[in-house]
Design a binder for this molecule. Sequence first.
Ligand SMILES: [Zn+2]
Ligand SMILES: [Zn+2]
Length: 263
Amino acid sequence: MSDERFYLLFLLGFYAFTVVTYFALGYGLTWFNQRNPERKIQKGRSSDKRRNAEIRQSLASMFSACLPLTIGLYAQQKGWAPAPWNLTWWNAVPLFVLCMFLYDTWFYFMHRLLHTRWLYPLHALHHKSVAPTIWSTYSEDVFDNFLLQSYSAVVVFLVPFPPAILIGHRLFEHFNGMFGHCGFEYFAASTARYPSPLLCTTFHDQHHSAFRYNYGNYFSFWDRVLGTISPHYDQRVKTFEEEGPSLSLKPVNTPVEAAEKAD
Ligand SMILES: [Zn+2]
Ligand SMILES: [Zn+2]
Protein backbone atom coordinates (compact mmCIF):
# COMPACT_ATOMS: atom_id res chain seq x y z
CA MET A 1 0.00 0.00 0.00
CA SER A 2 1.33 3.46 -0.86
CA ASP A 3 2.11 5.92 1.93
CA GLU A 4 -0.60 8.27 0.71
CA ARG A 5 -3.25 5.59 0.78
CA PHE A 6 -2.15 4.39 4.22
CA TYR A 7 -2.30 7.88 5.77
CA LEU A 8 -5.63 8.64 4.11
CA LEU A 9 -7.05 5.46 5.64
CA PHE A 10 -5.47 6.38 8.98
CA LEU A 11 -7.14 9.82 8.82
CA LEU A 12 -10.56 8.35 8.05
CA GLY A 13 -10.20 5.62 10.69
CA PHE A 14 -9.02 8.07 13.34
CA TYR A 15 -11.87 10.45 12.50
CA ALA A 16 -14.39 7.58 12.73
CA PHE A 17 -13.00 6.57 16.15
CA THR A 18 -13.16 10.20 17.33
CA VAL A 19 -16.80 10.55 16.25
CA VAL A 20 -17.91 7.23 17.77
CA THR A 21 -16.25 7.96 21.13
CA TYR A 22 -17.61 11.54 21.06
CA PHE A 23 -21.17 10.20 20.99
CA ALA A 24 -20.49 7.31 23.40
CA LEU A 25 -18.85 9.50 26.04
CA GLY A 26 -21.27 12.35 25.29
CA TYR A 27 -24.39 10.31 25.99
CA GLY A 28 -22.73 8.39 28.85
CA LEU A 29 -21.65 11.52 30.66
CA THR A 30 -25.00 13.24 30.01
CA TRP A 31 -26.69 10.26 31.69
CA PHE A 32 -24.30 10.55 34.66
CA ASN A 33 -24.66 14.35 34.90
CA GLN A 34 -28.46 14.05 35.11
CA ARG A 35 -27.99 11.92 38.22
CA ASN A 36 -25.63 14.40 39.86
CA PRO A 37 -27.21 17.86 39.38
CA GLU A 38 -25.43 19.32 42.44
CA ARG A 39 -22.18 18.95 40.53
CA LYS A 40 -23.23 21.49 37.91
CA ILE A 41 -20.76 24.35 37.73
CA GLN A 42 -22.96 27.13 36.32
CA LYS A 43 -26.19 26.53 38.17
CA GLY A 44 -29.29 27.93 36.53
CA ARG A 45 -27.67 28.37 33.14
CA SER A 46 -28.39 25.92 30.33
CA SER A 47 -26.97 25.41 26.85
CA ASP A 48 -29.29 22.56 25.92
CA LYS A 49 -30.96 24.60 23.16
CA ARG A 50 -27.64 24.78 21.32
CA ARG A 51 -27.11 21.03 21.38
CA ASN A 52 -28.10 20.13 17.80
CA ALA A 53 -26.16 23.04 16.30
CA GLU A 54 -23.13 22.11 18.43
CA ILE A 55 -23.21 18.49 17.29
CA ARG A 56 -23.49 19.48 13.61
CA GLN A 57 -20.51 21.83 13.93
CA SER A 58 -18.52 19.22 15.87
CA LEU A 59 -18.79 16.68 13.06
CA ALA A 60 -16.84 19.06 10.82
CA SER A 61 -14.49 20.31 13.50
CA MET A 62 -13.49 16.81 14.65
CA PHE A 63 -12.09 16.26 11.18
CA SER A 64 -9.84 19.29 11.51
CA ALA A 65 -8.74 17.90 14.89
CA CYS A 66 -7.52 14.67 13.23
CA LEU A 67 -5.89 16.24 10.17
CA PRO A 68 -2.78 17.87 11.79
CA LEU A 69 -1.84 14.62 13.53
CA THR A 70 -2.01 12.81 10.18
CA ILE A 71 0.13 15.53 8.57
CA GLY A 72 2.73 15.24 11.36
CA LEU A 73 2.95 11.44 11.05
CA TYR A 74 3.14 11.69 7.26
CA ALA A 75 5.99 14.25 7.52
CA GLN A 76 7.90 11.82 9.74
CA GLN A 77 7.29 8.93 7.36
CA LYS A 78 8.44 10.95 4.36
CA GLY A 79 11.61 12.06 6.16
CA TRP A 80 10.69 15.76 5.95
CA ALA A 81 10.76 15.82 9.74
CA PRO A 82 13.59 14.22 11.80
CA ALA A 83 13.33 10.43 12.22
CA PRO A 84 11.27 9.69 15.36
CA TRP A 85 12.93 8.30 18.47
CA ASN A 86 12.24 4.69 19.38
CA LEU A 87 9.63 4.20 22.06
CA THR A 88 10.86 2.30 25.12
CA TRP A 89 9.43 1.50 28.56
CA TRP A 90 11.82 4.08 30.00
CA ASN A 91 11.07 7.05 27.81
CA ALA A 92 7.31 6.64 27.29
CA VAL A 93 6.14 8.54 30.39
CA PRO A 94 8.67 11.44 30.27
CA LEU A 95 8.03 11.88 26.54
CA PHE A 96 4.27 11.90 27.09
CA VAL A 97 4.59 14.54 29.82
CA LEU A 98 6.89 16.62 27.60
CA CYS A 99 4.36 16.32 24.77
CA MET A 100 1.62 17.53 27.13
CA PHE A 101 3.68 20.48 28.35
CA LEU A 102 4.63 21.58 24.82
CA TYR A 103 1.02 21.22 23.68
CA ASP A 104 -0.17 23.24 26.66
CA THR A 105 2.34 25.97 25.78
CA TRP A 106 1.23 25.98 22.13
CA PHE A 107 -2.41 25.98 23.18
CA TYR A 108 -2.00 28.86 25.68
CA PHE A 109 -0.32 31.26 23.25
CA MET A 110 -2.44 30.28 20.24
CA HIS A 111 -5.56 30.64 22.37
CA ARG A 112 -4.50 34.13 23.47
CA LEU A 113 -3.91 35.04 19.83
CA LEU A 114 -7.41 33.80 19.04
CA HIS A 115 -8.70 36.26 21.65
CA THR A 116 -7.13 39.24 19.86
CA ARG A 117 -9.26 41.56 17.73
CA TRP A 118 -7.79 40.13 14.52
CA LEU A 119 -8.37 36.44 15.17
CA TYR A 120 -11.39 36.53 17.46
CA PRO A 121 -13.87 36.22 14.55
CA LEU A 122 -12.50 32.67 14.11
CA HIS A 123 -12.90 31.83 17.80
CA ALA A 124 -16.27 33.51 18.47
CA LEU A 125 -18.30 30.44 17.54
CA HIS A 126 -16.76 28.41 20.36
CA HIS A 127 -17.68 31.13 22.85
CA LYS A 128 -21.36 31.06 21.91
CA SER A 129 -21.53 28.30 24.51
CA VAL A 130 -21.34 30.35 27.74
CA ALA A 131 -22.19 27.34 29.90
CA PRO A 132 -20.39 24.57 27.99
CA THR A 133 -21.74 21.06 27.79
CA ILE A 134 -19.97 17.98 26.53
CA TRP A 135 -21.38 18.77 23.06
CA SER A 136 -19.56 22.14 23.07
CA THR A 137 -16.12 20.51 23.03
CA TYR A 138 -15.73 20.62 19.26
CA SER A 139 -18.30 23.31 18.59
CA GLU A 140 -15.84 25.65 16.96
CA ASP A 141 -14.85 26.94 13.55
CA VAL A 142 -12.88 24.28 11.65
CA PHE A 143 -10.00 26.69 11.14
CA ASP A 144 -10.00 27.71 14.82
CA ASN A 145 -9.68 24.03 15.77
CA PHE A 146 -7.08 23.42 13.07
CA LEU A 147 -4.87 26.21 14.48
CA LEU A 148 -5.08 24.83 18.02
CA GLN A 149 -4.45 21.25 16.87
CA SER A 150 -1.77 22.08 14.29
CA TYR A 151 0.66 21.52 17.15
CA SER A 152 0.87 17.86 16.01
CA ALA A 153 1.96 18.91 12.51
CA VAL A 154 4.56 21.41 13.80
CA VAL A 155 6.08 19.72 16.84
CA VAL A 156 7.48 16.81 14.79
CA PHE A 157 9.96 19.28 13.27
CA LEU A 158 11.22 20.28 16.74
CA VAL A 159 11.04 17.08 18.80
CA PRO A 160 11.13 13.61 17.15
CA PHE A 161 8.30 12.15 19.24
CA PRO A 162 7.56 8.49 18.47
CA PRO A 163 4.25 8.16 16.52
CA ALA A 164 2.66 6.25 19.44
CA ILE A 165 3.21 9.27 21.71
CA LEU A 166 1.63 11.65 19.19
CA ILE A 167 -1.36 9.36 18.66
CA GLY A 168 -1.74 8.65 22.39
CA HIS A 169 -1.56 12.36 23.14
CA ARG A 170 -4.26 13.24 20.61
CA LEU A 171 -6.55 10.58 22.10
CA PHE A 172 -5.84 11.84 25.61
CA GLU A 173 -6.61 15.41 24.51
CA HIS A 174 -9.88 14.22 22.92
CA PHE A 175 -11.18 12.76 26.19
CA ASN A 176 -9.64 15.49 28.31
CA GLY A 177 -11.39 18.13 26.20
CA MET A 178 -14.74 16.41 26.60
CA PHE A 179 -14.45 16.20 30.38
CA GLY A 180 -13.23 19.80 30.41
CA HIS A 181 -16.42 20.99 28.69
CA CYS A 182 -18.95 18.76 30.44
CA GLY A 183 -20.17 21.53 32.76
CA PHE A 184 -20.11 19.31 35.86
CA GLU A 185 -17.25 19.03 38.34
CA TYR A 186 -15.98 15.56 39.31
CA PHE A 187 -12.26 16.24 39.67
CA ALA A 188 -12.02 18.93 42.34
CA ALA A 189 -9.11 18.05 44.61
CA SER A 190 -6.13 19.73 46.25
CA THR A 191 -4.10 18.56 43.23
CA ALA A 192 -6.27 20.76 40.97
CA ARG A 193 -5.49 24.07 42.72
CA TYR A 194 -2.53 26.17 43.87
CA PRO A 195 0.33 25.28 44.20
CA SER A 196 -0.36 22.29 41.91
CA PRO A 197 -0.20 23.10 38.19
CA LEU A 198 -3.00 20.59 37.45
CA LEU A 199 -6.61 21.60 37.02
CA CYS A 200 -10.20 20.37 36.84
CA THR A 201 -13.33 21.04 34.75
CA THR A 202 -14.06 24.36 36.54
CA PHE A 203 -10.93 25.85 34.95
CA HIS A 204 -12.08 25.87 31.33
CA ASP A 205 -15.71 26.34 32.37
CA GLN A 206 -14.64 29.68 33.86
CA HIS A 207 -12.94 30.53 30.56
CA HIS A 208 -16.37 30.22 28.91
CA SER A 209 -18.29 32.11 31.61
CA ALA A 210 -15.75 34.87 32.38
CA PHE A 211 -14.03 34.91 29.01
CA ARG A 212 -10.79 36.71 29.96
CA TYR A 213 -9.20 34.08 32.18
CA ASN A 214 -7.86 30.54 32.07
CA TYR A 215 -6.47 30.12 28.56
CA GLY A 216 -4.43 26.97 29.31
CA ASN A 217 -5.45 23.43 28.52
CA TYR A 218 -3.82 20.84 30.81
CA PHE A 219 -2.01 23.05 33.31
CA SER A 220 -2.59 26.36 35.06
CA PHE A 221 1.16 27.07 34.75
CA TRP A 222 1.11 29.72 32.00
CA ASP A 223 -2.01 31.41 33.35
CA ARG A 224 -0.39 31.74 36.77
CA VAL A 225 2.94 32.96 35.39
CA LEU A 226 1.33 35.51 33.05
CA GLY A 227 -1.46 36.62 35.40
CA THR A 228 -4.47 35.36 33.45
CA ILE A 229 -5.73 32.87 36.05
CA SER A 230 -9.27 33.59 37.27
CA PRO A 231 -9.11 35.21 40.75
CA HIS A 232 -11.94 32.86 41.79
CA TYR A 233 -10.50 29.61 40.46
CA ASP A 234 -8.66 28.18 43.49
CA GLN A 235 -11.46 29.08 45.91
CA ARG A 236 -14.13 27.57 43.67
CA VAL A 237 -12.20 24.28 43.47
CA LYS A 238 -11.83 24.27 47.25
CA THR A 239 -15.57 24.82 47.71
CA PHE A 240 -16.40 21.92 45.37
CA GLU A 241 -13.88 19.80 47.21
CA GLU A 242 -15.42 20.53 50.60
CA GLU A 243 -19.10 20.58 49.65
CA GLY A 244 -19.18 18.18 46.70
CA PRO A 245 -21.98 15.68 47.41
CA SER A 246 -21.23 12.00 46.95
CA LEU A 247 -21.73 10.65 43.45
CA SER A 248 -25.03 9.01 42.55
CA LEU A 249 -26.23 6.61 39.86
CA LYS A 250 -29.91 6.99 40.79
CA PRO A 251 -32.23 9.12 38.67
CA VAL A 252 -33.16 12.45 40.24
CA ASN A 253 -36.89 12.96 40.92
CA THR A 254 -38.45 15.84 39.04
CA PRO A 255 -40.70 18.08 41.23
CA VAL A 256 -43.81 16.38 39.73
CA GLU A 257 -42.55 12.89 40.55
CA ALA A 258 -41.58 13.95 44.04
CA ALA A 259 -45.08 15.38 44.66
CA GLU A 260 -46.69 12.17 43.36
CA LYS A 261 -44.57 10.08 45.72
CA ALA A 262 -45.53 12.29 48.66
CA ASP A 263 -49.30 11.72 48.03
ZN1 LIG B 1 -11.36 31.15 24.22
ZN1 LIG C 1 -13.98 25.58 25.32
